[in-house]
Design a protein around this ligand. Structure first.
Ligand code: ATP
Ligand code: MG
Length: 173
């Protein structure tokens, strides 16, 4: 770890970096992540096609104990997975086909669902930031030179008041 640079209040909290070596470990990471989340949380997943965003979300859904398997929707942009218990529902958004712009986003009513839900967005950069300042950013990178194509580096950064004091280092396991 390098020493943290001097930070103003708007700077993100130090990130935690986790290396996973299989899809199953990515799901497990999602299950651990679920324990940190509560209604009102927005998680933004970034990483190239096939990086493992949906795989992580699948584990997250398992950890939250929601109904229905998390999949990559072909036409549906946002899918609500209600809780099987008394926890918050998971709203899984794949914004890949959204051109951006608030009007398209507004149709999804994410601002209405957010207070009572955990919202996870793939491909949401530049599209959903206006929902809240408090965002958990999860970046997934393929490991360079990995011939198995199963190794991923995951960087988790909390933005805003909500995450300023939360201990995301527990994700490192
Ligand atoms: N360590 C890993 N973590 C996650 N997925 C992995 C890993 N290693 C291999 N994979 C494979 O990579 C693929 C990831 O697919 P997934 O749908 O989760 O990606 P995605 O980031 O959601 O892609 P898209 O941008 O198309 O939505 C799966 O086929 C999965 O089995
Ligand atoms: Mg996906």
């Amino acid at each position: 770890m390098e020493a943290p640079a001097a930070q103003g209040p708007a700077e993100p909290a130090p990130a935690v970096e986790i290396t996973v070596t299989s899809p199953e470990q990515m799901r497990e990471l999602g299950r651990r992540l679920a324990k940190l989340l509560r209604a009102g949380d927005l998680v933004m997943l970034s990483g190239e096609l096939g990086a493992g965003k949906t795989t992580l979300t699948r584990g997250l859904g398992e950890g939250l104990g929601v109904r229905g398997a998390v999949t990559s929707p072909t036409f549906v942009i946002a899918r609500v997975h209600p809780s099987l218990g008394d926890g918050p529902p998971l709203v899984h958004v794949d914004a890949y086909r959204l051109s951006g712009g608030l009007d398209e986003m507004e149709d999804l009513d994410l601002d209405v669902s957010l207070p009572d839900s955990v919202i996870v967005v793939e491909w949401g950069e530049g599209k959903v930031e206006e929902l809240t300042e408090d965002r958990l950013r999860v970046r997934i990178d393929r490991a360079v030179g990995d011939t198995t194509d199963e190794v991923r580096h995951v960087t988790v950064t909390g933005l805003g008041e909500r995450w300023a004091t939360a201990d995301v280092s527990v994700l490192a396991g």
